[in-house]
Ligand binder design. Sequence first.
Ligand code: GUN
Length: 292
Amino acid sequence: MQLIQGKVIADQIKEEIASEVKELVDMGKKRPHLAAILVGHDGGSETYVAHKVKACEQVGFESSLIRFEDNISEDELLKKVQELNNDDSIDGFIVQLPIPDHISENKVIEAIDPSKDVDGFHPVNLGRMVIGLPSYVSATPSGIIELIRRYNIETSGKHCVIVGRSNIVGKPMSILLGQKTNPGNCTVTLCHSRTKDLPSVTRQADILIAALGAPEFVKEDMVKEGAVVIDVGTTRVPSTETKSGFRLKGDVKFDEVSPKCSYITPVPGGVGPMTIVSLLRNTLLAAKRDVY
Ligand code: GUN
């Protein structure tokens, strides 16, 4: 079993990005600038956004964090999105999800200018990705693709089973791995809560991607000997062993599944750090106008 060390790869990619930023600055160009909108005080979102801001500093980007309370109206949030769309000093921005229920997530996503949508959530970016046009690809799927690429994991002709059909992970992942690209050329099965006899499907996977957000859902009897297992889960569970009072649990029961795998990602330190560097990469593309 080989551990896929996302943290190590992410650190390498940060160095690559930092040297590209230095080149831009040496040429007299401005530093890439990422803005993040955070609504409310959800613990997970606070942590993710803090990591994103810190990562910007590490590679030499500028960053802006724009905070609103939970009771912000949809109109106010949409107005801020328009402001950022029109602000030439900002190359790309994200609205951290989830947002409160009284605000339409789809309306907010559709209000973002696709050329600044470095999360790749806008329908234009998703549509362009589906037909193979240049686009911002959402950060978690593109981080997983990069891990597969850098570990030279063969995907062509393999059966990839994805558990979870979210717009930001499962659905785009199914398209990317089914595309005629390398990595890609997989036969893809997308599973969800209505899938019948899920273990019989996951046991067919050469590559199993768990992205349902249920801690330790994938057990030993759901995995084929020699499979590649990618764990996207990052559920915060209470813990008396950490200073923060919680720890992150993946969707895979690591101790019992890992001995069967050819490769597996740990949680933390697997997919999570790659998600952040993919966002940095998209922001760099936006600053260089490499997509639009
Ligand atoms: N919430 C969970 N993951 C993400 C992400 O990648 N981007 C945003 N904006 N919100 C999220």
